[in-house]
Design a protein around this ligand. Structure first.
Ligand code: NDP
Length: 612
């Protein structure tokens, strides 16, 4: 078509050709077994104590079981739990107990200590409560140790340690109708009670394992990236993994985690095989040290204002000059450039987000060509899908690692994944790769079943299981409270990426709301509060009507057109639940307005209240 030719000329790429290529790359990766290709990691065979149970970072401290009653128990001591507890305390709620499975605060930053781990969102916007704790990160993109330290800083600053219990996993949550209290059982034999429970188990708390035949047969060493075994590899978060100098190492997966740890592995191992099924988009990072003068000049309110500007820049609003060189705004900048060039016709303007996405990904693919010496390897490292089909990554050392003579990229896309694991190593493309160690960078149970993600049973009124209540998809009011599960808050969202790339900002929006609700219920002497069935249904209808907006735009039409991954439940059309019900498609700004408006009314609208 003439229009297409014009578009191709002015855009320097052919949208039709790219559309065909994206479709091809998607189709050849779709697996019939979809999400069931992954197996649940439990503490039993075949994974007993390999990927989950062991805490390689701390000794377990024995203690007596606890039997007491609290006003509020927060489950999870990562960002969600910490921010919820902090906002509760700031609202005047006292004695908030956090229960955490790790030996300290930090959640994902407690467990993920792999070399090179770093936040991929700028730290000034990502790290919570910077102003409140008087801290300014050392780098624009902080590394994991600094982030973990910040979690501890928050714990000290808000005195969260005083009431926290570590190395403890909840095993059951049960509503007791006689007392209107939640009964909280744990793996330490605790039987605690609480008036309110806030669930802050987070999206990346459970590692995900591909069900590759033979996983349990491997006789060498293996671990998941979220349980990095420095005793085996040597070195630390900054790399220098000296014990790998005489080791052949395989890493399975090339998502955001692998992109960060592959450079250290490549620099340290005798031989590194990187097993890639789908390449990540890898944009430049351009990290820099924080300018001390800039830090000294920050005005009160700076972080909230910055988070807002950052959020606006990400979704194509005004791009503050501070974010002009920020990787996450590349797409928004491309939209602006295409409009400013002024040579798109009306049809093309209608397709603007998709054209900007093509342009973005072309830039990222050309970066691969510029960095990787071997053209065949470069071709394999190019991502052919829309930028937000998978978590975009940013790293200045990953692509160059494939120029090393001791690093081999093994493309397993033809077989839709690694074929088999043997006693000695990995079989891919019909060849056995003998290795000493296999590292699984295979991600987390971010979008699999609620039961697997939360990890314990929850029984509400009349013993109803939350997983039965949600058998067709999550149904809540505001994504926070469910009918039949009084005084229980689902904090942090269970499937939140649509709340914006800056996860912690979205978490705080909810944390403030939960803090208001709990403190208000306490002030009003309410024993029990739950959304009415009607209020829950109203929210569900709103969720469904919001489907068309942000997610569709970002994902270039439909998640179904993306390559498979956890964002789109492995690309299946037939889903075992409706993921739209978990997120708010109109975006974080609209969501925040809904919650702000509800609080302004000060009526606790939609909640059925039972007084003491
Ligand atoms: P991902 O789920 O993103 O990646 C898992 C990888 O394992 C994918 O490359 C996947 O391939 C691959 N894989 C799965 N099964 C097989 C198989 N059978 N054979 C071969 N390969 C396989 O996990 P990550 O840990 O990388 O990241 C998870 C999330 O954590 C990110 O999306 C991000 O939200 C967060 N994160 C954030 C960071 C930050 O800086 N803030 C840093 C790191 C992670 P395929 O794509 O084909 O399925």
């Amino acid at each position: 078509m003439p229009e297409q030719t014009l578009a191709s000329e002015s855009l320097a790429f052919d949208p039709e050709e790219l559309t065909r290529r994206y479709q091809l790359e998607r189709d050849r990766r779709i697996r019939e077994d979809a999400e069931s290709q992954f197996v649940e990691v439990t503490n039993d065979a075949p994974f007993a104590n390999t990927f989950l149970a062991d805490d390689p970072y701390s000794e377990t401290i024995e203690r007596d079981p606890i039997r007491d009653v609290r006003d509020v128990i927060v489950i999870g001591g990562g960002w969600v739990g910490m921010m919820t507890a902090t906002r509760l305390i700031q609202s005047g709620v006292t004695g908030v107990r956090i229960i955490e499975s790790g030996a300290d605060f930090g959640g994902t930053w407690y467990w993920n200590r792999y070399p090179g781990a770093q936040c991929d969102i700028e730290s000034y916007s990502y790290l919570p409560l910077l102003e409140e704790t008087g801290y300014v990160p050392k780098l624009r993109y902080s590394y994991a140790p600094e982030i973990y330290e910040h979690a501890q800083r928050i714990g000290r600053h808000f005195d969260l340690y005083k009431d926290a219990i570590f190395q403890t996993s909840v095993t059951e949550l049960r509503w007791d109708e006689e007392t209107s209290l939640w009964l909280v059982s744990t793996n330490r034999g605790d039987e605690m009670k609480a008036r309110y429970v806030c669930l802050g188990t987070g999206p990346a708390n459970r590692p995900r394992m591909p069900g590759i035949p033979g996983v349990e047969k491997f006789k060498g060493h293996n671990f998941h990236t979220c349980r990095w075994d420095y005793e085996y590899t040597g070195g630390g978060p900054e790399g220098q993994l000296e014990k790998l100098a005489n080791k052949k190492v395989a890493i399975i997966g090339t998502g955001a985690t692998a992109v960060q740890c592959v450079p250290s592995l490549g620099a340290s191992a005798e031989q590194l095989y990187v097993f890639q099924r789908t390449p990540s988009s890898v944009d430049v990072r351009n990290n820099s040290e924080t300018d001390p003068q800039w830090a000294a000049d920050l005005e009160p309110g700076w972080q909230a204002a910055r988070q807002k500007r950052f959020g606006e820049a990400l979704i194509g609003g005004e791009i503050d000059p501070e974010f002009e060189d920020e990787g996450w705004t590349r797409m928004a900048r491309n939209i602006r450039t295409l409009v400013q060039q002024g040579d798109l016709d009306a049809d093309q303007l209608g397709d603007l987000p998709q054209l900007a996405d093509f342009k973005t990904m072309e830039q990222i693919r050309s970066h691969v060509d510029r960095t990787v010496a071997d053209p065949e390897v470069a071709e394999k490292l190019k991502a052919f899908y829309n930028q937000f089909c998978k978590r975009p990554t940013f790293n200045d050392d990953y692509l160059g690692t494939f120029n090393r003579s001791n690093v081999e990229l093994v493309d397993v896309s033809e077989t839709k994944g690694v074929e088999q694991i043997t006693e000695r190593g990995i079989v891919a493309n019909g060849k056995e790769y003998e290795v000493d160690c296999i590292i699984y960078a295979s991600g987390f149970e971010i979008t699999s079943s609620y039961q697997r993600r939360i990890g314990f049973p929850i029984y509400g009124v009349e013993g109803e299981s939350i997983y039965d209540h949600w058998s067709d998809g999550m149904c809540t009011m505001h994504g926070l409270m469910a009918h039949g599960f009084p005084n229980l808050f689902f904090c942090g969202g269970l499937f939140v990426f649509q709340l914006g790339a800056n996860y912690c900002y979205g978490v705080d929006v909810q944390a403030k709301h939960v803090a208001y609700t709990v403190s208000e219920l306490m002030k009003r002497n309410i024993q029990m509060a739950e959304p009415s069935a009607e209020a829950e249904q109203e929210w569900v209808v709103d969720q469904l009507s919001s489907e068309s907006s942000q997610a569709q735009l970002v994902l270039g039409g439909s998640p179904a057109s993306c390559t498979p991954g956890y964002y789109n439940q492995e690309g299946t059309r037939e889903r075992y639940r409706d993921v739209r019900l978990e997120s708010y498609g109109k975006g974080l700004g609209a969501y925040r307005k809904v919650l702000d408006g509800w609080r302004m009314q000060n009526e606790l609208k939609g909640l059925v209240l039972t007084e003491k």
